[in-house]
Design a protein around this ligand. Structure first.
Ligand code: SF4
Length: 168
């Protein structure tokens, strides 16, 4: 219903920032397993579903992907496109649809605050978080604390060439 908002990534990144700052003081109520958790999941499913077609992966990286949900990629890729993007920028699976990652890249260029994070390397999906609240997971760093034995990608430096607007 509100999918048109996705084409205003700068507005959305401002909203994201305000949302994160204003909810942080409420962190103590947003606990995993708390009675507020189902409410958070409901609000997230409805709100982010309407704007981003959110798939409730539980580890949101919207601000690193041009406010474009990577879980709408038919291959669930979270680190850029596959090699099958058509010459017109469309998806090789859904030929009539634009590649999620082409849109993500173009939108990230219109995000002065978080756009550079497009170049960040994302860790593998933790499917155990599917269906949980990414807000709560973010507050308690559940989304970045990987299962034992996994290697974090967070410490890998990102070099972003702002003049050419691409990672080097
Ligand atoms: S990245 Fe995950 S939590 Fe964020 S909008 Fe997409 S499916 Fe939802």
């Amino acid at each position: 219903m509100f999918v048109w908002l996705i084409n205003f990534p700068h507005f959305l990144e401002i909203l994201y920032h305000l949302f994160e700052v204003s909810l942080s003081p409420l962190k103590k109520w947003f606990k995993p397993g708390s009675r507020i958790e189902p409410v958070a999941i409901f609000l997230e499913r409805i709100g982010k579903g309407a704007v981003f077609n959110c798939k409730m992966c539980g580890q949101c990286i919207l601000h690193s992907t041009g406010m474009t949900c990577p879980m709408n990629c038919p291959k669930y890729l979270r680190n850029g496109p596959c090699g099958g993007v058509r010459l017109n920028g469309n998806c090789e699976v859904n030929l009539e649809e634009p590649c999620v990652w082409v849109e993500a890249y173009e939108r990230s260029l219109r995000m002065p605050t978080y756009g550079h994070q497009f170049a960040a390397l994302q860790p593998p999906m933790n499917n155990q978080l599917q269906g949980s609240s990414s807000w709560i997971n973010m507050f308690y760093r559940i989304d970045v604390d990987l299962p034992s034995g996994w290697t974090s990608t967070r410490d890998i430096p990102v070099i972003w060439d702002q003049e050419d607007d691409h990672a080097v």
